[in-house]
Design a binder for this molecule. Structure first.
Ligand code: DAH
Length: 339
């Protein structure tokens, strides 16, 4: 039995030396020391060993087990260390390589433009307010002197939720909501999304943005309107910008006008941007119609006011010389990254 044990031990130690993986080592452990292992099988013969030799054999068996156990552990440690070394070698990083560039997001051209406009008006003492995008027909049309049979209400232009509710087609309803709060004087701008049933093309989108403006106080005249909008235009397009007010019609203002600015590109000579006109229309405006004021319980004997509506995309397209509005909505980062 002693000889057999010696043989098993020597063979095992020899095998362990040439093993390459922890899995193989484990196989050996099970085969020699496991429940059905060779040494365990040997121990079953103990009953045949004379009683006086048993203690000694027991000691030898334990020693053999320990020797094998230690050899396996040692081999296991060596294999694992070797693997780790190899992995570290493979992962070696070259710290002298240039770092990967971090790309930052940035504001959309519409937002850059809006923030510029807001800054100008806040500087003149205006408050920035917001109204709902899903609006009552009353605020979007009726209260603004746009009666039921007015062509602006045409189903082809307006997204109707039902008879009384629409997606607002303009930011002008915010004027009415602000007046209804009953606090005068008012100096406000109301930027936001508006919706019209338009086909998408280079200059139209079913969803775009306007910036509404309104001032109501004592002694507000057309001179205040002009002074405000002329200085706004100069701030946006440069000090040498000239402006022109053309008579126009809006149901909720009287008199009404559209304001043109000299083309910032050709300074009025005529070019591709202004389509040879030298002038570019940027907003609609006028003195708030007395009927609109009265409907909102504003005392027209005491107060008067002006209002204006600016197309945000129009400003952004002009400012950045973009010739197709669709580019603003397609969110192609190759385009957006240029601003
Ligand atoms: N709401 C008008 C539109 O969408 C623009 C406008 C014109 C607004 C004159 C005004 C204004 O406040 O006074 O066409």
């Amino acid at each position: 039995m002693k000889d057999k044990l010696k043989e098993i031990t020597e063979n095992t130690l020899e095998r362990v030396k040439s093993v390459l993986t922890p899995e193989e080592l484990n196989e050996i452990r099970v085969k020699i020391l496991g429940k059905k292992g060779e040494i365990t099988a040997l121990l079953q013969n103990m009953k045949n060993v004379p009683a006086e030799e048993r203690a000694e054999i027991g000691r030898i068996v334990n020693e053999a087990k320990q020797t094998i156990e230690e050899a396996i552990k040692k081999a296991d440690d060596i294999i694992k260390e070797k693997r780790l070394d190899e992995e570290i070698k493979k992962e070696k990083t070259d710290v002298t390589l240039p770092a990967t560039k971090i790309t930052y997001g940035h504001r959309h051209p519409n937002r850059v433009m809006l923030e510029e406009v807001e800054k100008i008006f806040i500087g003149m003492g205006y408050e920035v307010v917001h109204g709902p995008e899903v609006e009552l027909d009353y605020y979007n049309f009726e209260a603004l002197n746009i009666p039921a049979n007015h062509p602006a209400k045409d189903e082809q232009d307006t997204f109707y939720i039902n008879d009384k509710v629409v997606l607002r087609t303009q930011t002008s309803p915010v004027q009415v909501r602000q007046m209804e709060r009953g606090k005068i004087p008012i100096r406000m701008i109301a930027p936001g999304r508006v919706f019209r049933a338009d086909e998408v093309d280079a200059t139209h989108s079913p969803c775009f943005h306007q910036i509404e403006g309104m001032v109501i106080d004592e002694n507000i005249t057309f001179a205040d309107l002009k002074g405000t909008l002329v200085s706004f235009a100069k701030r946006i397009f440069g000090e040498d910008t000239k402006t022109k007010f053309r008579p126009h019609h809006f149901p909720f203002t009287e008199p009404s006008a559209e304001m043109d600015v000299t083309c910032f590109k050709c300074k009025g000579k005529g070019c591709r941007i202004c389509k040879g006109e030298g002038w570019i229309e940027i907003l609609g405006c006028g003195m708030i119609h007395p009927l609109v004021l009265e409907r909102c319980d504003v005392d027209t004997q005491k107060y008067s006011g002006f209002a204006f509506g600016i197309g945000l995309e129009r400003l952004a397209l002009l400012k950045y010389e973009i010739d197709d509005m669709r580019l603003l909505y397609e969110n192609d980062i190759r385009f957006l990254g240029q601003f």
